[in-house]
Design a protein around this ligand. Structure first.
Ligand SMILES: [Zn+2]
Length: 243
């Protein structure tokens, strides 16, 4: 499970995720990744509020480091896809490890905290293509399974509708008046609760095509507290689309 929060400091809003770390007993550790993503390791039994308070105490430091990292990172975009890069999957962070092989088979696999790409080519385009393919396959499987499960729960949905994967720069998903659902494969990088919000949102459009009061009444009922995953998604837009 991944816990997403937002640090508010003046006009700055910095999203961060909290990872329980059994090795820690008394204090949290804040990491700012090279691309500006903030991760907080906390003792597993630390209350949420205590973690948020500790992060808030170091707000100035976090905001400064994120700004610095983003500035530096802007120059390395587009991504190179080399070992050590961060991979986001279902709201968790993994590290890309590229393994060269001469004769063996190629593969892309999650192993512990790594995404291992075994490849014969060291060409970044080849590696990028493999990582993208892996994301799309994972997105298709996961969305398909969750749409099935959610469709059973939602009384107005008779059967899980077919959907299409399509990269979009501003939208996580859409539903046409004829009921065609389109989902952004980048969404697989977001935490599960964010994906659920998007899926229920699009499934609710099968009943109400606009964002009127009746639409939001259904959303409130099916995803109580949906404001939180929506805020996380809004904050992630830039990072999720980078790559
Ligand atoms: Zn909508």
């Amino acid at each position: 499970m991944s816990n997403q929060f937002t640090l508010v400091y003046g006009t700055e809003r910095v999203p961060y995720s909290v990872n329980p770390d059994p090795k820690r007993t008394t204090r949290i550790a804040i990491h700012v990744e090279p691309n500006g993503v903030v991760q907080v390791d906390a003792p597993p039994d630390f209350p949420e509020k205590a973690v948020q308070k500790a992060v808030q105490k170091r707000a100035r430091w976090v905001v400064d480091h994120v700004a610095e990292a983003r500035q530096r990172y802007a120059h390395v975009s587009p991504r190179e896809y080399v070992s050590g890069e961060q991979i986001l999957y279902l709201g968790r962070r993994y590290v890309l490890k590229v393994i060269a092989t001469q004769s063996g088979g190629t593969s892309v696999k999650l192993k512990a905290n790594r995404l291992e790409v075994v490849t014969r080519s060291s060409d970044p385009d080849d590696i990028r293509g493999r990582v993208r393919g892996w994301y799309r396959a994972k997105a298709r499987d996961y969305f398909c399974r969750r749409l099935d499960e959610l469709s059973i729960k939602l009384p107005w949905v008779e059967a899980a509708p077919p959907f299409k994967l399509q990269e979009m720069t501003r939208q996580w998903g859409s539903c046409s008046p004829s009921g065609q659902i389109i989902l952004n494969p980048h969404l697989i990088k977001a935490p599960r609760e964010c994906i659920e919000y998007v899926l229920v949102h699009e499934l609710t459009h099968l009943k109400h095509h606009d964002h009127g009061a009746q639409f939001w009444t259904l959303i409130d009922r099916q995803v109580p507290g949906w404001e939180k995953p929506k805020a996380v998604l809004d904050n992630m837009v830039e990072l999720l689309h980078n790559g």
